[in-house]
Design a protein around this ligand. Structure first.
Ligand SMILES: NC(=O)C1=CN([C@@H]2O[C@H](COP(=O)(O)OP(=O)(O)OC[C@H]3O[C@@H](n4cnc5c(N)ncnc54)[C@H](OP(=O)(O)O)[C@@H]3O)[C@@H](O)[C@H]2O)C=CC1
Ligand SMILES: O=C(O)CCC(=O)C(=O)O
Ligand SMILES: [Mg+2]
Length: 737
């Protein structure tokens, strides 16, 4: 068994250039092989077009390799966050690769030839959340380690105060959304299903020919009705204006790569109704697509004849004028909530707003009360209740609040997060139905043109494994475990049958296990958190994602500090680093002033558990000592304030890696279980300590100037090494070890 360390994108990839040499040097002394696999967006694109690349340009399909590995007991994968590319990001990456001499094709907007159709399919498979679902062959156990929680209690981050007069609120659909149209069935036996559309005149169009299902599998179908969505959005825009609050929409266009960009596009159109009603055809003719955001529409205007362009610009100006103020992503640059679908990602954006007094930024760069539009009502009650709770009780206090770990159902593309290949924008009125091999209609909906219809799958074995994991965590902690399931929701009712049956088979004596719907579970958990009590949230895949940003951001300031373990169902281990993303803002800061504020705490925590896992699986006590020493070093790093600071001139990611290496080596030198290992590390520990002033000086000296990484999605590795390893003294000690 080896440790596979993934090379991804943006800030975590930059951090890897600095941290990996340390990891390799240390692991080598315990006979642990560390290998990297490049699953960055750029590599994933290149892997799709081997025929168009030269021998030296070609890259293996590392993601496919790791996806296969994840189904074996040999897997020991450290997964750093990666870009889940929206279409604008994907196109930017393609352009960058082409400019660097890679003959990958343009993204075919309107594929016609066979080559274009296959290129489009290749790109669509790379787009959005294309990595995590492939590797996640297990359920998720995310929590704040005691040392991290304890540190946050002693050294709290800032929390914006909440006013009882806050006008901020969450709004969601009461009908016509996925939640209210959901139907669900559990299959008694394995089968192959088919999804088809039947038009009013009886014409049958197959949407998906083959949908294999296993015995005991839950299949749901639901539909977001365009007419209901449009009416809801128009009302919310008018209400925001009347109430004098900012308008904002919160979706997950990256993970929900088919449904949510379409919904995002409806919001852009609803905000600028005249633009699309009067100029829709002209805009389409120049490739402007509201699903890719307002920025892409604005970019396409240059391709319009000038008279038409001016008319559209006037209509956009009129839309801004007559509508409510928009929440801003970057008020200095004039980037609104509607500019780029991947700029506002609900799991991070809602907690960030809740942390900032329940407000978002307006065009003047000031915080203001906001209407949070979350169209589908399946999970909106989480944020609605949290906003109301904070208005009533004030902001949470990180020094006293309890912790809310999560046990998430995630394995084998569970629920909505596996629905991309079963999501369709409906072209014509009719019926969509799910039919079994015998021709029986299992699920069906009447649909209209423009509706978004989708099916989701949830397999039986992952549900059983998830229930067991929940019971294990409840037993290990003594905290109550709450299954966030709603008996009145079609899908949840099917899941509950399995949960109750399996709980009855397990030993739950003395444990507190509850079942509550989203609103009740939120209130119950928040109430306990406010009193300093811990509560395990046991949730489906989407709430796993939402809760593991919401609670860490309130408790710890960022979800980067979470321990995120995925015990793979076939016995391997997947160790995710943190629960958050790839922090694109951090790259901008590095490029501007050579300071990387990315905190690799998530990587340290993941590596420690990965080493302990390997120690146990391969009977390698040295790996165990390495892991235990790393935990000790991580605790000390926190205590001694060696985490990256936000501002240039202060310690950054690279400085924190130096101290990690120092403390890790010292902990290994100090342990007495393996004197030979201690002796191996004593020299390095001494050298690193003696050179502290020199190394810290060398690391500080480079800060303040712009740097060039030679790319964004596809950086120049040599240059990036140079940027991320600027201390010759530190490099000399690590490389010689
Ligand atoms: N597991 C995965 O692979 C995930 C990937 N993503 C991807 O990440 C990208 C950005 O997503 P977004 O939702 O903006 O989330 P991010 O978590 O990247 O960013 C939100 C903010 O969290 C803070 N933050 C996150 N990680 C760290 C860290 N290690 N150290 C310090 N601060 C941190 C930063 O705050 P500040 O600016 O205040 O420093 C950052 O701006 C997208 O491409 C998305 O698809 C998102 C979630 C998970
Ligand atoms: O895969 C993605 O796009 C994001 C994953 C994520 O946000 C999470 O797992 O918390
Ligand atoms: Mg998330």
């Amino acid at each position: 068994m080896k440790v596979i360390y993934t090379y991804t994108d943006e800030a975590p990839a930059l951090a890897t250039h600095s941290l990996l040499p340390v990891i390799e040097a240390f692991a080598g002394k315990a006979g642990v092989d560390v290998e990297t696999r490049d699953i960055s967006l750029a590599a994933r694109i290149l892997a799709k077009f081997p025929d168009l690349l030269t021998d030296t340009q070609r890259v293996p399909d590392a993601l496919a390799e790791l996806g296969a590995l994840a189904t074996t007991p040999e897997a020991n994968i450290i997964k750093l966050p990666n870009v889940s590319a929206s279409l604008p990001q994907l196109k930017a990456a393609v352009t960058e690769l082409q400019a660097a001499g890679y003959a990958v094709p343009d993204y075919p907007e309107d594929p016609r030839t066979e080559a274009e159709i296959s290129a489009r399919a290749a790109y669509d498979s790379v787009k959005g959340s294309a990595v995590n679902p492939v590797l996640r062959e297990g359920n998720s156990d995310r929590r704040a380690p005691a040392s991290v929680k304890g540190f946050a209690r002693k050294h709290p981050h800032s929390m914006g105060a909440w006013s009882p007069e806050s006008k901020s609120h969450v709004t969601t659909m009461l009908d016509g959304d996925f939640r209210h149209s959901e139907v669900s069935v559990t299959l008694a036996a394995a089968d192959t299903l088919r999804i088809e559309h039947v038009s009013a005149d009886g014409t049958v169009t197959v949407l998906k020919e083959s949908l294999p299902v296993l015995a005991g599998e839950i299949v749901d179908a639901s539909v977001m009705r365009r007419a209901a969505l449009d009416a809801f959005l128009a009302q919310q825009i008018a209400d925001a204006k009347a109430e004098g609050v900012l308008f904002s929409v919160h979706l997950k266009a990256t993970m929900m790569k088919v449904s949510d960009p379409i919904i995002f596009g409806r919001v852009v159109e609803a905000f600028f109704p005249a633009v699309f009603a009067e100029h829709g055809a002209a805009l389409t003719s120049v490739g402007a697509d509201p699903d890719d955001g307002l920025a892409s529409v604005l970019a396409a205007l240059g391709r319009l004849p000038s008279a038409e362009r001016e008319a559209v610009e006037a209509a956009i100006a009129a839309g801004y004028e007559s509508g409510p103020s928009l929440a801003m992503v970057d008020s200095d640059k004039g980037i609104t909530n509607l500019h780029v679908p991947s700029d506002v990602i609900i799991d991070a954006s809602m907690p960030a707003a809740i942390r900032s007094s329940g407000q978002m930024w307006n065009t003047a760069g000031e915080l203001q009360d906001t209407k949070y539009v979350i169209p589908d009502s399946s999970y909106a009650p989480l944020y609605a209740e949290t906003v109301d709770f904070c208005r009533e009780h004030g902001a949470f206090d990180p020094t006293t609040m309890g912790t809310t770990p999560n046990v998430g159902l995630m394995a084998q593309k569970a629920e909505e997060y596996g629905s991309h290949d079963k999501t369709f924008e409906i072209g014509a009125a009719g019926t969509v139905r799910v039919v079994d091999a015998a021709g029986t209609v299992l699920l069906s909906h009447d649909v209209a043109a423009g509706d978004v219809w989708r099916a989701c799958q949830t397999k039986d074995a992952p549900v059983r494994n998830w229930v067991e994991l929940a019971v294990d965590r409840a037993r290990a902690t003594g905290s109550p475990a709450v299954f966030w399931l709603d008996e009145t929701r079609a899908h949840d009712a099917q899941v509950l049958v399995k949960v109750r049956a399996h709980l009855a088979e397990l030993d739950t004596d003395g444990l507190t296990i509850e079942v509550m719907d989203v609103a009740d579970a939120t209130r119950y958990t928040l109430d306990r958190a406010r009193r300093g009590e811990d509560t395990i949230s046991v949730t489906g895949n989407v709430l796993r994602d939402y809760l593991t940003d919401l609670f860490p951001i309130m408790e710890l300031g960022t979800s980067a500090k979470m321990l995120s373990i995925v015990p793979l169902m076939n016995g391997g281990g997947l160790f995710e680093t943190g629960a958050g993303g790839s922090a694109p803002k951090h790259v901008q800061q590095l490029v501007k002033e050579d300071h990387l504020r990315w905190d690799s705490l998530g990587e340290f925590l993941a590596l420690a558990v990965s080493l302990e896992f390997l120690a146990e699986k391969t009977d390698n006590p040295r790996a165990g000592l390495l892991g235990a020493a790393l935990d000790e070093a991580t605790g000390r790093l926190l205590e001694e304030g060696r985490s990256p600071a936000r501002r240039v001139g202060e310690i950054d990611n690279r400085g924190s890696h130096y101290y990690l290496a120092l403390y890790w080596a010292q902990a290994l030198a100090a342990q007495t279980t393996d004197p030979e290992l201690a002796a191996l590390f004593a020299g390095l520990a001494g050298d690193l300590a003696a050179a502290e002033e020199t190394i810290v000086g060398e690391l500080a000296a480079v800060q303040g100037n712009p740097v060039d990484l030679g790319g964004y999605y596809h950086v120049d590795r040599t240059r990036t090494d140079a940027v991320m390893r600027p201390s010759a003294t530190l490099n000399g000690l690590i490389d010689a070890f």
